[in-house]
Design a protein around this ligand. Structure first.
Ligand code: S3P
Length: 173
């Protein structure tokens, strides 16, 4: 069974995904990196030159195709992917979705350090908060909820493994 990490930008999907991948010995797929590899340009450049619609199409395609792979993977899509109803349905049918819940103050502090997020590039803290609030109801549709506040990435990964075991799915599947 695949594991898909869901959550706002900078919630730790890639870093926790890598830890999880190591501990569970399951390959890790970073969807943004995969998109950049296929397009031979950055996410920022895709947004700027081809627009968000183009990016979302590619993103959905890569996620849906990855979910079709028989061999289990830890998949980390960008924070907007789970908002799409078709993508969300696929994820929830074909994987264990795990929401990495991080408070908005921490998210804002983290995104300010990294200028590579075109969707919020020129946005105020209040605007970023609005995006987050709009998205919460979707993130809450994940199968597993991990409160990542005040936890290290290792602690979050351990909690994910514990919760997966508890819902009766063998991590080696
Ligand atoms: C986005 C999140 C980004 C990236 C793109 C759009 C979003 O990934 O896919 O900039 O809509 O939340 P991260 O969640 O890894 O920052």
């Amino acid at each position: 069974m695949h594991i898909v990490l869901v959550g706002m930008m900078a919630s730790g999907k890639s870093s926790i995904g890598k830890v999880l991948s190591k501990s569970m010995n399951i390959p890790f797929l970073d969807v943004d990196k995969e998109i950049e590899f296929h397009e031979k340009r950055s996410i920022k450049s895709i947004f700027e030159n081809s627009g968000e619609r183009y990016f979302r199409k590619l993103e959905s395609k890569i996620i849906i195709e990855s979910l079709e792979e028989r061999k289990s993977m830890i998949i980390a899509p960008g924070g907007g992917a789970f908002l799409n109803a078709v993508v969300r349905k696929n994820i929830n049918e074909e994987s264990i979705s795990v929401w990495l819940d991080v408070n908005i103050e921490t998210i804002i502090a983290r995104v300010k350090k990294n200028q590579n997020r075109p969707l919020i590039e020129k946005k105020s803290d209040q605007e970023i908060k609005k995006i987050y609030e709009k998205r919460l109801k979707y993130y809450e549709m994940s199968k597993i909820h991990i409160d990542c506040n005040k936890k290290t990435k290792t602690e979050c990964a351990e909690e994910i493994i514990f919760k997966i075991k508890n819902i009766g799915i063998n991590e080696n599947n």
